[in-house]
Design a protein. Structure first.
Length: 290
């Protein structure tokens, strides 16, 4: 996969309908061997990009889910302390240096996502999900790793990357990322899909969703997103709603306005939003759907 057309086709075959800008970003990511930072609202499909990329390359997806308080040991490696203690007890009375050499060997090393990603024979896709949830210290450590693709383990020495993984970072924008990280990465903002692309996504992912129904659903969701909601429905919610409607044998939204309103629970995930999108509101939005 080199040009944007090939990349778009490969992602589509994996169930992800990419726009031209995203396909170009992935093309440059592969050409320059640089990490790709995907930023956007929760639910727009950033994580799905990494999953589809792994499927397109027929390679492993290694995911590091970031959270507040994430440290190097949780992301890089740990020692299997229980096995080490058992080994110490089993060799009690033996030479201390020999025991130390044994328990700090590969056999007792637990790979975490970052170490696993650089030790694969075939380059995996490394997804560093929601990097904005981690703190500044972890971001700085990550920057160093992404620069050299090698890590130092005091007991084993420096471990250099066997292969360079395809690195995708995602951010929901809850914290401003450092300029250093942004400079290191290529950047693409992932927005909610337009009506036509969301309809194509529905058809690609939901069996039995016709072109006309998919377009109606996409237009209805577009209208709902323009309402003043606390949690705007993402693409995953759209797919849930489409699957529900297809499962209930709805072929045209106008033929089932009651079902349309009752199944909006697939899209609306807070009490305030459900209260705001009343029956009258759903009928008004449905009236704008061709």
């Amino acid at each position: 996969m080199k040009n944007r057309e090939e990349i778009a086709q490969a992602l589509a075959a994996s169930g992800y309908i990419a726009d031209g800008e995203l396909a170009t970003a992935i093309s440059l990511m592969q050409l320059l061997r640089r990490p790709l930072l995907l930023e956007g609202e929760a639910g727009v499909g950033k994580t799905e990009v990494a999953k589809a990329l792994a499927a397109a390359h027929a390679t492993a997806l290694i995911r590091l889910q970031c959270y507040e308080g994430l440290d190097q040991s949780s992301a890089l490696y740990e020692w299997n302390y229980q096995r080490q203690l058992l080994a110490i007890q089993a060799h009690r009375g033996s030479d201390a240096d020999a025991i130390e050499d044994q328990i700090f060997s590969e056999k007792y090393l637990l790979e975490r996502p970052l170490l696993a990603a650089i030790r694969r024979d075939k380059p995996p896709v490394l997804l560093i999900d929601e990097i904005d949830r981690a703190d500044d210290e972890f971001e700085a450590f990550l920057l160093e790793l992404l620069s050299d693709f090698q890590v130092s383990i005091p007991e084993l020495g420096t471990i250099k990357a066997t292969t360079i993984p395809h690195v995708v970072l995602t951010s929901n924008g809850t914290r401003e990322l450092s300029d250093a990280l942004r400079r290191r990465c290529l950047y693409h903002y992932v927005d909610y899909p337009d009506v036509d692309r969301e309809a194509r996504i529905i058809m690609a992912r939901i069996d039995g969703a016709s072109a006309s129904l998919s377009l109606q659903i996409a237009r209805m969701v577009e209208g709902i997103r323009k309402e003043e909601l606390r949690k705007v429905p993402g693409v995953a919610e759209t797919l849930d709603w489409a699957a529900a409607l297809v499962g209930l044998d709805v072929r045209d939204l106008h033929d089932a306005p009651e079902t349309v309103h009752e199944t909006l629970m697939c899209l609306l995930k807070t009490y305030e939003d459900k209260s705001r999108v009343t029956r009258e509101v759903s009928e008004r939005l449905l009236g704008k759907v061709a």
